[in-house]
Design a binder for this molecule. Structure first.
Ligand code: F6R
Length: 613
């Protein structure tokens, strides 16, 4: 993040540290700041969490000024050491510093040329190359904006770079290619950040930058140009949430708060979706309904938790709209020469809207002539901006690295899309009944959350588990995989989610006495006798000594003889069940992580927004 404040003021460092606190979820293996201090730029940086940087600043305070940049890092090139932490200085005169997100793919060649010119490096990062190039360009031009414009022309890869120079003490410059950067517009002060969380404590007026653009801010002005030097204008918007929503609100962790936000996330995503005639509405639609009517295939691209939301969507869209749906991990889709065309609708699902793997999949789909719809939680982020249509989820800011409320909102939005496509295609789906039941879901989640004491006890009891299995069938299958993912990332326990029908084809060999297994049981109302089949699966693993932790609908007594524990969820339509059955699994992972004394909100090796491929 970057800040330029009133020339007479000196709160830059305070603003930056507060902003970094809100951005830390994006990366937390090291952090640093740089300020303009008289004729020079000074930096402080430390490996580890932001608290290490705070201590460093207490031990050796920086001079207070009006202009500063800061960074929290998720290491790509060079380990998470003090030396590799950002900001990085460029040149030997101590006047310039930059911070950078992304990867400079051609950094090696650039570094060799700089070394040949006698430049000395102090880190192993790709970023330092940019800092030195920028310093050289500034020496030649005397202007930071001009210098950055020259330098970006020589860079390959994805980047957001922010730079400051002591000779232009009230100027900050930012440039972006394939990596997020937003401008915050204050009164006599301006901000740059990877996302609006950076400055939400100060202003809700934001400006979106386009691809390949440079922004120059001073306390009173901002100016945007394209990489080719032509002037441009950003798209102004008002952030719809405030600083309080990005606080823990009395909960011990962001994850716990976000789990409890879920009734709102679902309700807010549903709100305003039907007009007076009962038609369903998308947020931004630049594809005609006629084009959507002739779609012959839907391909959903996403990563991680969002991909599991996509798997749930497949069941619903195929059922309601009678279109074949494929779900694919975005990074696999992009590089396997997918067979798609103008009659394919590619639906991306992403909380951040910046996941590079997903963005690349969307771009590839567009190159192949397909139509693209984005289901996204972050207004104005890159993926929705580059898609033909957008269905925003309204989960509010998700700060905990492990996704919870965004997942429920993504599933909700997928149902809306499924019903919309069904209507366009004239399918006889009882939209009113589904929408009616969806509207009941927030209250049901609320009720469910009030019954989680036993789940917490089970989690504490199981803190020493070495492996946990999760079984599900139909829409319960992606829920099983999501339950396993939550446990892996939060409690560092080996966990696998299986399709219950697959058990006898291999995984049942894993069952030994005492092995804990969660089973997500379909509603007794499910078609094709699915409920009975899963009850049989429970018996099969119980007979081999498994400890069975059964998630079943209220009133489902069939499971009781074979369950070591029964966790009840309210009744709903079978296709909507994931909005409820996943909740105990989220709560379980949260408490097991807490029981092990781990950092729930910032698990090791992860970052919230994966903006590199
Ligand atoms: C897991 C998790 C990740 C994300 C994935 C995609 O808890 O959060 O698996 O779901 O990295 O991120 P978005 O949705 O931002 O594209």
């Amino acid at each position: 993040m970057g800040y330029v404040g009133p020339r007479t003021d000196d709160k830059a460092l305070e603003v930056i540290m507060e902003g970094l606190g809100r951005l830390e979820y994006r990366g937390y293996d090291s952090a640093g700041v740089a300020v303009v201090a008289g004729a020079l730029v000074e930096t402080r940086k430390r490996s580890g969490k932001l608290s290490n940087l705070r201590s460093a600043l207490q031990e050796a305070p920086l001079p207070q000024t009006a202009t500063a940049i800061g960074h929290t890092r998720w290491a790509t090139h060079g380990g998470p050491t003090d030396a590799n932490a950002h900001p990085h200085r460029g040149g030997a005169d101590g006047k310039l510093a930059i911070v950078h997100n992304g990867i400079i793919e051609n950094f090696h060649g650039l570094r060799q040329s700089l070394l040949a010119r006698g430049v000395r490096f102090t880190s192993e990062t790709d970023t330092e190359v940019v800092a030195h190039l920028l310093s050289e360009a500034f020496t030649a031009t005397g202007d930071l904006t001009q210098a950055i414009r020259e330098v970006v022309a020589s860079l390959d890869g994805a980047f957001t770079v922010l730079a400051l120079h002591a000779d232009q003490p009230h100027v900050l410059v930012g440039a972006r290619r394939n990596s997020p950067l937003v401008v915050g517009l204050g009164e006599g002060e301006n901000f740059l950040g990877s996302d609006v969380a950076a400055f939400i404590g100060y202003t809700r007026q934001a400006l979106e930058l386009g691809q390949d653009q440079i922004v120059t801010i001073t306390p009173e002005t901002y100016e945007i140009i394209n990489f080719d030097g032509t002037p441009s204008q950003g798209k102004a918007y008002e952030v719809t949430w405030d600083a309080a929503e990005a606080e823990k609100g009395g909960y011990a962790t962001f994850m716990e708060k976000e789990i409890h936000d879920q009734p709102h996330a679902v309700a807010d995503t549903l709100r305003g979706r039907t007009d007076v005639d009962g038609n369903l509405a998308l947020d931004e639609l630049h594809i005609s309904e006629d084009e959507l009517k002739v779609v012959t295939k839907v391909v959903i691209v996403a990563c991680g938790t969002a991909a599991y939301a996509g798997m749930v969507a497949k069941y619903a869209i195929e059922r309601w709209a009678r279109i074949p749906v494929e779900v694919e991990l975005a990074h696999e889709f992009r590089y396997r020469d997918p067979v798609i065309d103008a009659h394919t609708l590619v639906v991306s699902i992403s909380q951040s809207g910046e996941t590079m793997d997903t963005l690349m999949a969307v771009r590839h789909a567009k190159e192949l002539g397909s139509r693209t719809i984005s289901i996204c939680n972050t207004h104005g982020s890159t993926i929705p901006r580059e898609s033909d249509a957008v269905l925003y989820t309204h989960a509010g800011p998700e700060i905990a690295v492990a996704s919870t409320k965004a997942f429920l909102a993504q599933i909700t939005a997928s149902y809306i899309l499924g019903l919309y496509l069904a209507r366009l295609r004239g399918e006889q789906t009882d939209t009113a009944a589904v929408m009616g039941e969806l509207k009941e879901i927030p209250a049901k989640i609320e009720k469910l959350l009030g019954t989680m004491d036993r789940v917490r006890e089970i989690a504490y009891f199981m803190a020493d588990s070495r492996a946990v299995l999760f079984l599900g069938r139909h829409v319960g299958f992606p829920v099983a995989m999501e339950g396993a993912l939550k446990l892996k990332e939060l409690a560092y326990i080996h966990a696998e989610g299986f399709a219950a029908g697959e058990l006898k084809h291999g995984p049942i060999a894993l069952i030994e006495p005492g092995q804990p297994v969660f089973i997500i049981v379909p509603s007794p109302d499910s078609e094709h006798g699915l409920h009975g089949k899963v009850v049989s699966n429970i018996q099969e693993i119980r007979a081999r000594g498994a400890r069975t932790l059964v998630i079943a609908e209220e009133g489902d007594t069939d499971v009781e003889p074979f369950a070591d524990e029964v966790i009840r969820v309210p009744r709903t339509l079978p296709l909507l069940a994931p909005l409820l059955t996943v909740v105990p699994l989220q709560v379980f992972a949260l408490h097991l992580s807490t029981a092990k004394g781990l950092d729930v909100d910032q698990p090791r090796n992860l970052a919230k927004s994966v903006t590199v491929e």
